[in-house]
Design a protein around this ligand. Structure first.
Ligand SMILES: *Cc1c(COP(=O)(O)O)cnc(C)c1O
Length: 355
């Protein structure tokens, strides 16, 4: 086997790969350096406590829990809500089904039933289509999981009424509802709907700090006191209980105070990119389907593969946009991306498309 290389790969000049690549700003780093800290796992870290209280208030939930990642939020929530052999119902593009390394099967032992929706969302009718009545032959359906905004759905925001009907349908059938709110604040800023209104429809919800909010690490899971008490058990079991975690929680406090409204700039940049790409012959993109900071576009009309298009953008312009499928690419904006970067990206795409 080849020896592991410890070299850090070169960073692209303009990186539209993901909003996870955002770096903490100097002001955020200062807040982190000056954070008051304590032992997180015994509830003695004042900064973690402040962050959790902020998210509890924001989402209108009684309690919240600080965790190292969004994946752990999803996995702990699934573990709390499901027993082995029980079933989670969710849209076929959900993050959990694609990017969590099979964790729900490995750790909870739950089954997943997929729903074919639109842009990562589904209706109450779609949900009813995969529900079955209880019998000795069938697995128990216990949880509906939704993503807001949708990642593989192109950053779509759930219409509140649609979410309400899905939630009502689930609750009437005795199921709980979980919201993967990795980018919930993007949904809030884009729609003007308060986080607590989305959260009121679900039994558990979490927000990622390390995406558009720009923190280096962390996510916060919120729910009832009973839910969070149970979540603490799995936080310990999964190795997510921390010590002087206020150092990283301080970034979250800073982000909720300073980085929420500015998400509108990321959305405007994504729309600017969409409009620019729409003018390039052979690139298919729908600027009307760009609600937040994620944009998919298709290069099939150019007769090239998305992988080749992406490789040429990187090699010839030092711009990174990830290829998503055979002919589609995904661009994501964040706080390190300026309007000028977007204009350069559009020009680069035009150059690559032209030859
Ligand atoms: C990023 C993401 C996650 C996982 O969060 P991590 O902090 O990367 O573990 C889960 N769901 C969605 C929709 C995401 O975009």
């Amino acid at each position: 086997m080849a020896a592991r290389s410890w070299a850090t790969p070169a960073h692209p000049r303009i990186d539209l790969y993901s909003d996870t690549i955002t770096k903490p700003t100097p002001e955020m780093r200062r807040a982190m350096a000056e954070a008051e800290v304590g032992n997180e796992q015994s509830g003695e870290d004042p900064t973690v406590n402040a962050l959790c209280r902020m998210v509890a208030e924001l989402t209108g939930k009684p309690d919240a829990l600080f965790l190292p990642s969004g994946t752990m939020c999803n996995q702990i929530a699934y573990r709390v809500w499901c027993d082995r052999g029980e079933e989670i119902l969710l849209e076929e593009n959900s993050h959990m089904l694609h990017y969590e390394a099979g964790a729900t099967a490995a750790l909870t032992g739950a089954m997943s039933r997929t729903i074919q929706g639109t842009r990562g969302m589904f209706t109450a009718e779609d949900l009813k289509g995969v529900m079955h009545s209880a019998s000795r032959h069938t697995q128990k359906q216990v949880l509906v999981s939704v993503e807001n905004t949708t990642n593989r759905g192109g950053g779509a925001v759930w219409p509140l009424e649609q979410l309400r009907k899905v939630s009502e349908t689930a609750h009437e059938a005795g199921m709980n509802v979980h919201m993967d709110g990795a980018r919930l604040m993007n949904a809030v800023v884009s729609s003007g709907i308060p986080a607590r209104d989305f959260a009121a429809e679900v039994d558990s919800v979490w927000i990622d700090l390390s995406k558009g909010l720009g923190c280096p690490v962390g996510a916060v899971l919120a729910g009832s006191e009973e839910f969070i008490e149970r979540a603490w058990l799995f936080k310990h079991q999964y190795g997510g209980a921390m010590r002087q975690a206020g150092i990283i929680a301080a970034a979250g406090v800073y982000a909720f105070e300073n980085h929420v409204e500015r998400l509108a700039e990321d959305h405007e940049n994504a729309r600017r990119l969409a409009r620019g790409l729409a003018d390039i012959e052979g690139i298919a993109v729908n600027p009307n389907e760009c609600d937040t900071n994620i944009l998919f576009f298709d290069v099939g009309g150019l007769g090239v593969s998305a992988a080749d298009f992406s490789a040429r953008l990187r090699a010839e312009h030092d711009i990174r946009i990830g290829h998503f499928s055979a002919t589609s690419l995904r661009a994501v904006t964040g706080l390190d991306i300026s309007e000028a970067d977007i204009d350069e990206a559009i020009a680069a795409c035009k150059a690559v498309a032209g030859g």
